[in-house]
Design a protein around this ligand. Structure first.
Ligand SMILES: [Zn+2]
Ligand SMILES: [Zn+2]
Length: 507
């Protein structure tokens, strides 16, 4: 006679409760140490277990890295500043945010000559500002801090570094008309450091970049000067280096391995193009993605990529060069404002490879946080669209009459960014950041002009990290499993997230 313990499957139960029905034990594998896999094949238990443990460890490492990055950015944003002058000079002199290489010419760098954070030791340019503010405060009354906001009209005509160009000519305000928040400077391009003789403009260059008369600056003359800088080719750009080349090979391998795996077992090509094997477990035609689902995935990927193009562009345009890795990418973005066509003259494969660090990180995240079927299609499309973004940006820097007819057609349809749209970015440097089509620029511009200025790069980098982390989490198997466990009754959103699993077939 069998004991109660044996009848209940070998585990003790409280008296009086009927034993629960148990699922039948899994069918034994063909060999010892093998267990049946979802698709009917066999996978080594030990291999499966070690892969799962490695993935879990990588997930924890990724989460730790994300938290560390956000923490470091927030720490940097809240760091105390002990300098005499403000860390952000944007209310004292114009265009300091667009000064390539050193954002704050008033202070020396922590490590002289290198891309290090500014120390709180004044540089000669900072001493010149302070001297002028002291003079104004003694002459007109008030504190030195108040006087800092009023010195530009006079200070603009001076030449702090003695290189022959005035402070105003070097900082884009040759007529000295800039008033913070009221009158913009004449130009935001070809800005040089008014505190360094190494960064200078010759008299001939100053004439090319300034209005012929300060009586009525602007108009057609300014437009022509802007277009000349926007399309100008520089011989030196053919020799530009690639600081992140070492990182691109593993990133390419990560992207290729992920897409190959998704195509082989995840039915990626079948879901996107209707060719190739179906997703494992989705053997019947009625389990294919419908046209509407594909359209929604394509539209979501298009809008999301437009947003990520804008967010990364905004963040790297203002991120400091001394940040590890980020600083190397930021140097390239900021140099683009100095030589816009450097982007065009490099070979096409090299230019496309500039996307690999971002795509490699995305692919690595999707490898350690396995994604669900619709999200796999979504991420694959975003990777393709990221490359389209790079191509679009390249082509809007060649004159429209030299451009492919089909590209012009897509521009005219509003599907890809127009020349005019991108020129607005180079003419302001604080708006129109997206390089795919610009459909999300209105959102980004609204936030950047009203709530969070682009110079708050720590917050924008944090938002960019979250912009990736949130959909990766929502699209993960683990998230859907957690939602299913927590609630038998799911919301509409939860139902959508779980709908792939209702048949328990698609992995
Ligand atoms: Zn830019
Ligand atoms: Zn550009």
């Amino acid at each position: 006679m069998r004991s109660e313990r044996e009848a209940s499957g070998g585990r003790g139960r409280s008296r009086g409760r009927p034993p629960r029905a148990r699922a039948p034990p899994p069918r034994a594998g063909r060999w010892r140490g093998m267990a049946p896999a979802a698709g009917g094949g066999c996978e080594p238990v030990a291999l499966h277990g070690s892969l799962g443990r490695a993935r879990a460890a990588a997930r924890m490492a990724g989460l730790g890295a994300l938290l560390c990055a956000v923490g470091a950015l927030q720490w940097d944003a809240r760091r105390q500043w002990h300098g005499v002058l403000p860390k952000d000079l944007s209310t004292v002199v114009p265009n300091t945010a667009h000064l390539f290489g050193t954002r704050n010419p008033a202070y020396r760098l922590s490590v002289p000559g290198q891309a290090s954070p500014p120390s709180d030791v004044l540089a000669p340019f900072g001493e010149a500002i302070l001297t002028e503010a002291l003079r104004v405060s003694q002459q007109e009354g008030g504190t030195v801090q108040d006087a800092l906001g009023r010195i530009w009209a006079n200070f603009c005509h001076g030449d702090a570094d003695g290189d022959g160009a005035t402070n105003g000519e070097e900082l884009g305000d040759p007529c000295c008309t800039w008033v913070p928040g009221v009158v913009p400077p004449y130009r935001v391009w070809n800005i040089t450091n008014p505190g360094s003789r190494k960064s200078m403009l010759t008299r001939e260059q100053v004439d090319e970049l300034s209005p012929s008369s300060c009586e009525a600056p602007g108009g057609r003359e300014r437009e022509e000067q802007f277009a000349a800088q926007y399309y100008m080719r520089h011989e030196s750009d053919h020799l530009s280096g690639d600081g992140l080349r070492w990182m691109k090979y593993p990133c390419f391998a990560a992207v290729a391995a992920l897409l190959a795996e998704w195509a082989r077992t995840g039915g990626l090509l079948h879901d996107l193009l209707g060719v190739g094997p179906r997703a494992r477990g989705a053997a019947r035609p009625e389990e294919d993605l419908g046209r509407l689902e594909r359209a929604v995935i394509c539209a979501a990927a298009y809008v999301w990529t437009d947003g990520v193009a804008g967010l990364t562009h905004l963040s790297f345009d203002f991120a400091p060069r001394w940040y590890p890795i980020v600083g190397t990418v930021a140097t390239g973005f900021q140099f683009h404002h100095v030589h816009p066509t450097a982007w065009v003259v490099v070979p096409l494969p090299v230019m496309l490879s500039h996307s690999l660090p971002l795509l490699g990180l995305l692919a690595s995240a999707c490898t350690v946080v396995p994604q669900r079927r619709r999200f796999r299609a979504f991420w694959s499309l975003t990777m393709v669209l990221c490359l389209v973004t790079v191509l679009t940006h390249r082509w809007v820097h060649t004159p429209p009459d030299q451009q492919y007819a089909w590209f012009r057609l897509l521009q005219n349809m509003g599907l890809l960014m127009s020349h005019e749209h991108h020129m607005l970015h180079h003419d302001s440097l604080v708006t129109q950041f997206s390089n795919l089509s610009g459909v999300t620029d209105c959102i980004l511009d609204y936030i950047a002009t009203r709530w969070l200025p682009p110079t708050h790069y720590q917050q924008w980098l944090t938002i960019t990290l979250l912009y990736f982390a949130v959909p990766i989490t929502l699209g993960s198997d683990a998230f859907a499993e957690a939602v299913r466990r927590r609630s038998g009754r799911v919301s509409v959103a939860g139902g959508w997230l779980l709908s792939e699993d209702h048949s328990a077939k698609v992995v």
